[in-house]
Design a protein around this ligand. Sequence first.
Ligand SMILES: *[C@@H]1O[C@H](CO)[C@@H](O)[C@H](O)[C@H]1NC(C)=O
Length: 648
Amino acid sequence: MRLRDLSPSAAILATLLAIPELGTAFYLPGVAPTSYKEGDKVPLHVNHLTAVGLQEDGTLRSVLSFDYYHPAFHFCHPEPKAEYVSESLGSILFGDRIMTSPFELNMHKNETCKKLCTSIYDVASAKWVNHKIAAGYALNWLVDGLPAGQLIEEEVTKARFYSQGFALGSVDQNSAHLNNHYDIFIDYHTVAPDSYRVVGVIVQPSSRHSQLDGNGEGVNGVNHCGFGRRPLTLDERGQTEVTFTYSVLWYESDTAWATRWDKYLHVFDPKIHWFSLVNSAIIVVFLVFTVVSILLRALRKDIARYNRLDNINLDDLSGTSAVDDGIQEDSGWKLVHGDVFRTPNSPLILSVFLGNGAQLFVMTGFTIAFALLGFLSPSNRGSLGTIMILLYTVLGFIGGYISARVYKSFGGERWKLNIGLTPLLVPGIVFGTFFLLNLFLWAKESSGAVPFTTMLVIIGIWFLISVPLSFAGSWVGFRQPPFTAPVRTNQIPRQIPPSTTYMRPIPSMLLVGILPFGAIFVELYFIMSSIWFSKVYYMFGFLFLCYGLMIMTCAAVTVLMVYFLLCSENYHWHWRAFMTAGASAFYVFLNALIYLITKLQLGGLAGTVLYIGYSALISFLFFILTGTIGFFASWAFVHKIYGSIKID
Ligand SMILES: *[C@@H]1O[C@H](CO)[C@@H](O)[C@H](O)[C@H]1NC(C)=O
């Protein structure tokens, strides 16, 4: 039923939008550029510190993030105190902690060697900072909303692009060096006389021992401030005094404001990405067509045979001769017509899952569509998270409606429980896990811990908006007539013959589940690196295509599995369809574990628990989503085939 949703024109549109050059579609009119006059103060805000895997081997050593003003870092505060910059809900949830800073940048004014402050590091702080340097932590600054990166040259293609964030320090053979001098290079674009815009920020941090004694001033621009002296190491046995300094250099640039993000949105070898996507698209389309054509042919034959048999039987009844009854005992899925619409086990839980799955399905679709249309600009931090929460909340109505209608069609009677569980069970599991993981972050003093007030806001939104909407949806759903089955259900359940190996639950789940996973595998890799390596994800064209492919695969393979199941005279298809399609979540989780082993080197229990916890949470939601797709595809299929045969 969902196969037709991805019309060719939509697919072509998606393909066009996926081309990086057309990335300008991301810039929303809502995110207005700021123009500065010469000498105007340009804000430099500081965000949390994250481990981003800037080291040579490219592994990630930690998933914890820390506040810039965590006392152990001893970074310089603005006077009188640093304040939070207001952020969107999605931005806070996804870990941003943006605060003001003491840096003074004046548009179009070069400055050399400005002193920020001097901090004293005690033994404990020195150990803490040295450990963070070794773990590859990076500072994340925002100048006029643009992340301050380091210029990185890709080895193979020699393409230059900006990383997000720059290193806290560096490590050589025996010691860690803290970067205490920052050369800030800012590209500006002149839009009119005395009107400038920030279009690029690079920070080159360096570690310098006592910049200010002796000859502080250097020669041409950069060579000042103790340049070329030995690097600074924090002493782990005594106190260390560290002076922080910075220089600001402004450079004219041709980059227009609208394209200033392009350097950050670097695609690692887009050809490989394209190739693998086209590859999997061809495989998926081929697979789906094969499944559909095999099924259609088999079904047409079956239906023709069944209906022919029916006619013979009718003739027999009018005649007197006793043709043996054996001919009526035909084989195949028709045999279970009296049981196939029998209510499954635990109809309550199934309908609750299906309601939530439908909610997730629509939410994901809308989110990707919004992103495709350019509503989620990377300069609008956290817009992805905010829009997802907003959509999920509003779509509570759909969740309630689907859950109620399905439950009513199953002939369920505990409707109060159904109405109550739909908005509480799945979100409750998600929120509960989230809360537990947050406790870990709190214990580790990580800034990733969602603040208590944000938690309250989320609970408020959940109970004040989402739950009532879901109730309203359930109310409407229960007032609608139930879906009626095309055939009557017998009083007495049929015996189910023993099944062959590959039709047993576990093997069939493992076999079927790998295919939808295959459709999204490549994209999943990019999504994971954007989550864990804090890279900007923006390839929503690819994602849209992948989502379509995943839906198609999920529907096609589950329907095929249900067909085989019914042919083997097993009519317990409801849960089976849900579980087999949902089994792809098992592979998503497995993939996350493999990623953990190959790409991450999380020393410490907390990081590993967090990583596994979040992966399990995402896999659970994915399970509900794919399970629902598989179920409704099978539901439509079963209704269709039993509707097209005549039963006495
Ligand atoms: C700042 O200094 C750099 C390097 O010396 C120079 O290229 C640039 O034009 C200067 N910018 C301004 C606004 O003076």
